[in-house]
Design a protein around this ligand. Structure first.
Ligand SMILES: [Fe+2]
Length: 177
């Protein structure tokens, strides 16, 4: 079961998401859907409804987690699964950290949403490098945090290479969406 765009937007309001996080999520959705549609033209079989719902809802519980300090990928995933949105919950769970070996020839919904989120800083499409510089400035308060961000960055460059090798376009092309 996958919620429609309208159902997602309603849920986002009901959960009291901050306006700036909603704006971020809408932009992530735009990037994720563009990539999915282009990838499907090359023969990938990405579920567009799943990508749209998971992109819209990936930060569903982030607003409250700013206070509780919980992991919003996990709380968001749990909430969505409880509502019966199993696959959406799985994609949301992996939107920060993929934690699974990538298949070199197929792109998953998890990878698309994770990557799109890394290309949108606040509500602006930026190169990975700019987004990570910002993340390091905001969250890299110690060596452990910096190591974690470095690892995250390496993982996502691998995904970027895979996606854009398939698409045969430059990653900077997204800036013009
Ligand atoms: Fe997030």
């Amino acid at each position: 079961m996958i919620p429609t765009r309208e159902e997602c937007l309603r849920l986002m309001r009901e959960c009291g998401m901050l306006e700036n996080i909603i704006a971020h999520s809408l932009e992530v959705t735009k990037v994720a859907l563009f990539l999915s549609m282009e990838l499907n033209k090359t023969g990938q079989r990405i579920n567009l409804g799943l990508v749209e719902a998971a992109s819209l809802l990936h930060d569903l519980t982030k607003t409250e987690c700013l206070k509780t300090k919980e992991d919003h990928a996990q709380t968001g995933s749990r909430l969505l699964k409880r509502m019966g949105y199993e696959r959406v919950g799985e994609v949301v769970a992996q939107h920060i950290w993929l934690g699974r070996e990538a298949n070199p020839s197929t792109v998953t919904e998890e990878e698309i949403v994770n990557y799109a989120d890394k290309r949108v800083m606040h509500d602006r499409i930026v190169p990975l490098e700019e987004r990570f510089n910002d993340l390091k400035a905001r969250y890299g308060m110690n060596q452990k945090a910096m190591d974690y961000l470095e690892q995250l960055q390496n993982e996502i460059y691998g995904i970027e290479n895979k996606i854009f090798l398939i698409l045969q376009i430059d990653p900077n092309h997204l800036q013009h969406l």
